[in-house]
Design a protein around this ligand. Structure first.
Ligand SMILES: Cc1cc2nc3c(=O)[nH]c(=O)nc-3n(C[C@H](O)[C@H](O)[C@H](O)COP(=O)(O)O)c2cc1C
Length: 185
């Protein structure tokens, strides 16, 4: 059974659901999946003792950036992702990708440029919508919420509920990405 490592970074947990959905589809397609949330403290020493035939790397985006933990992990372990025969998928989850035009833009800005900069060449890429949680239970602090609300009000008037959770994760696109990744083998 082919083994895939699905490695992701998140700040507010929106990307966790996406990574779990991709894992679910890969398992349905007959792969063994190791799902790993990478924090800054993650120790990758024993991680690559597994013989992976494919990797999927993903992150939520904040201020245009992948999580620092993911960036560090990719730089440190680049050799594993560029080996002959190994398949690589990369994705982000972000606000820009809340529409299909936005997804293309986000894919270029947050996946293609990032991958090139770090010297990895993904076989498949995607940008999925993310979550803006403006509800009372949100884990965003008051100042961040205030700034984000002003940005979305200005850039996309009327498209966000400024008092509730806005979940733009497009599950059909997530499933398509997972199936397309599976088809690479
Ligand atoms: C403080 C903050 C900054 C953000 N900056 C960006 C950004 O620069 N570009 C973007 O497309 N989305 C941005 N977003 C939207 C996030 O990418 C979106 O909320 C995503 O779901 C975050 O993923 P996570 O929950 O896994 O951390 C931002 C969100 C927050 C809270």
């Amino acid at each position: 059974m082919k083994k895939i490592a699905l490695i992701y970074g998140t700040r507010h947990e929106g990307t966790t659901g996406i990574a779990e959905k991709i894992a679910e589809i890969l398992i349905q397609n007959g792969f063994k999946v190791v799902l790993q949330n990478i924090t800054n403290k993650f120790d990758s020493k024993n991680f690559f003792k597994n013989d992976f035939t494919g990797f999927i790397l993903g992150s939520g985006i904040q201020m245009g950036k992948w999580t620092p933990g993911m960036k560090k992990f990719i730089v440190k372990n680049r050799g594993h992702f560029t080996k002959d025969g190994v398949k690589l998928g990369m994705f982000v989850s972000c606000g820009t990708a809340h529409s299909s035009d936005g997804s293309l833009k986000a894919c270029t800005e947050y996946v293609d440029f990032f991958a090139k900069d770090l010297g990895v060449t993904p076989d498949i890429t995607a940008a999925f919508g993310g979550i803006y949680d403006f509800s009372k239970n949100s884990n965003l602090n008051f100042a961040i919420k205030f700034v984000l609300k002003s940005v979305v009000k200005k850039e996309t008037p009327g498209q966000f509920d400024l008092n509730n959770v806005n979940d733009f994760r497009n599950w059909d696109d997530v499933v398509t990405f997972a199936n397309n990744f599976s088809a690479l083998f």
